[in-house]
Design a protein. Structure first.
Length: 489
């Protein structure tokens, strides 16, 4: 029998140094590198495109926007969405094109004015229509994501003081319940509100959107009512549809919000006193426009005082409890387009000015917006800080107005790279939905801006897939995050 000798570690190393070196080297080479990451097995991912009812459907005649658009001067070129892209009648064609682009998700919205043209009277034929719409998506293997509120209201809603009405959240929750009940067999991903802050700012602070009010005090009240409306709609959807697909979840699931988020930087040099003031203005702006709403629907508390808001109405509560809003978020959507330079401006109720002329803002510009993909990565990181539980993030809108399709490919590529970087860093990002599937009616600017993966010829309503969309289709096929409707967990 061979004698077993006890060897010291230095003796072992001495004896096996070649093998040890070989093992260490192989371990080093096996460490994940960029290339290795790209070769990993595909991660189920929601690749999609988004659009809204009023911007595409046409015939949305009970909507507040229908009347608004007819007032001369409200919309560029006095355009209106009476026909829009005629999506209401052409949804099958649009969804087939979406499928041909490898998308596994399409984010639509339902039109509240169509469904409830008179208060409390729901139009069953319109609910039936939307059921057909979501079924048409499913038939193509596409997951429907349904937004309940994307800026439009039935006209009667404003006659009742709109979102300034203390009962507005109840009124909206009834509508939400009705829609959830009608579509629950087909829909497992919902959005209560698209960009509530835009509704508040444009509808109640600047008066550019209906109901055209410009009053800070009303806007504050509306803010609180929208948190309540989100919460009640969330609960209505939950009680109606109780996760029908419990056994068969999608990559994301349940009810979220699509929040409008920007990347903000100080206009003036940060080292100067003015630059410092700009930074403080950004804190206020970010809190009001991004984080306060997001936190309120998780904690049930709307905080107005962190940081102090300059023009808060006198005597207004700084800490508003909305208990029904606790834990009313299953996932959060980031709508990201651009970066703004911010200057402190005491004359503005929010204490900040962001409409700084293009000539004064250096950087890479698209038609109207500054292109800043890095901002998306910063926002994903910042959003996570404001999440109170482990809920996933989705890029619920990201897109470029680019009629000639010159920059869209690089725009998408660079933003997706920023998002992939976040995923590599461990952030739970589960979807990227380009805005928009087709060209469509742009709220204040009419039909000139062209955001679509698919071009619309407004004279003939013919659809044509853009070159950048064909590139996107290929990209989805080869990306490590795949079009795959399988359960992610
Ligand atoms: C809105 C869309 C709009 C898009 C482009 C988003 O903030 O949700 O309705 O068309 O921006 O301006």
């Amino acid at each position: 029998m061979q004698e077993i000798k006890a060897l010291s570690s230095s003796q072992i190393l001495g004896k096996y140094w070649k093998k040890a070196l070989f093992l260490a080297l192989s371990a080093f080479l096996a460490m994940p590198t960029r290339q290795a990451w790209a070769d990993r097995p595909p991660l189920p991912f929601s690749w999609g495109a988004a659009f809204s009812a009023h911007q595409t459907e046409g015939g949305d005649r009970h909507s507040d926007w229908w009347d608004w658009e007819l007032i001369p001067g409200k919309i560029a070129g006095n355009h209106n969405a009476q026909i829009a892209t005629d999506h209401y009648n052409r949804y099958e064609e649009d969804f087939s094109l979406a499928r041909s682009l490898n998308l596994n998700t399409v984010r639509i919205s339902v039109s509240w004015p169509r469904i409830e043209p008179e208060e409390g009277k729901f139009d069953e034929a319109e609910l039936e229509h939307y059921l057909k719409v979501v079924k048409a998506l499913r038939a193509r293997g596409i997951e429907p994501v349904v937004t309940l509120h994307h800026f439009t209201h039935p006209t009667w809603f404003h006659q009742k003081k709109g979102w300034a009405n203390k009962d507005s959240s109840e009124i909206f929750a009834k509508f939400a319940r009705k829609v959830a009940s009608a579509l629950k067999t087909e829909v497992r991903v919902w959005i209560t509100f698209n960009e509530p802050l835009i509704q508040i700012i444009e509808g109640y602070l600047k008066g550019n959107y209906p109901p055209g009010i410009s009053n800070f005090q009303t806007a504050v009240m509306v803010y609180e009512n929208l948190v309540r409306a989100h919460a009640k709609a969330f609960l209505a959807i939950k009680s109606e549809s109780q996760r029908i697909y419990k056994q068969n979840k999608f990559i994301i699931d349940g009810t979220g919000l699509a929040l409008h988020m920007h990347s903000y930087s100080p206009f003036r040099d940060e080292k100067t006193e003015e630059g410092n003031q700009d930074k403080q203005a950004i804190e206020v702006l970010e809190h009001i426009s991004q984080w306060a709403f997001l936190e309120a629907v998780q904690t049930g508390v709307l905080q107005w005082n962190i940081p102090p808001i300059p023009a808060l109405p006198k005597g207004h509560k700084l800490y508003v409890e909305i208990p029904e809003a606790r834990n009313t978020l299953d996932w959060v959507g980031i709508n990201y387009y651009t970066r703004y330079l911010i200057a402190r401006d005491k004359t503005n109720s929010l204490g900040a000015r962001w409409e700084i002329p293009k000539a004064e803002v250096p950087g890479k510009w698209g038609n109207t917006t500054l292109i800043h993909p890095g901002g998306l990565l910063q926002l994903i990181r910042a959003t996570k800080i404001h999440l109170k539980s482990e809920i996933p993030i989705v890029i619920s809108e990201n897109g470029l107005d680019d009629a000639k399709d010159l920059y869209r490919k690089s725009f998408i590529e660079e933003h997706v790279q920023a998002m992939q970087q976040a995923i590599k860093e461990g952030y739970d990002v589960r979807g990227y939905w380009y805005w928009s599937l087709t060209d469509n009616f742009e709220w204040l600017s009419g039909f000139d801006p062209r955001f679509g993966l698919i071009e619309i010829d407004y004279a003939t309503l013919e659809r044509k897939v853009r070159t950048s969309a064909l590139w996107f289709k290929q990209f989805i096929e080869t990306s490590f995050i795949k079009t795959n409707a399988a359960n992610r967990n």
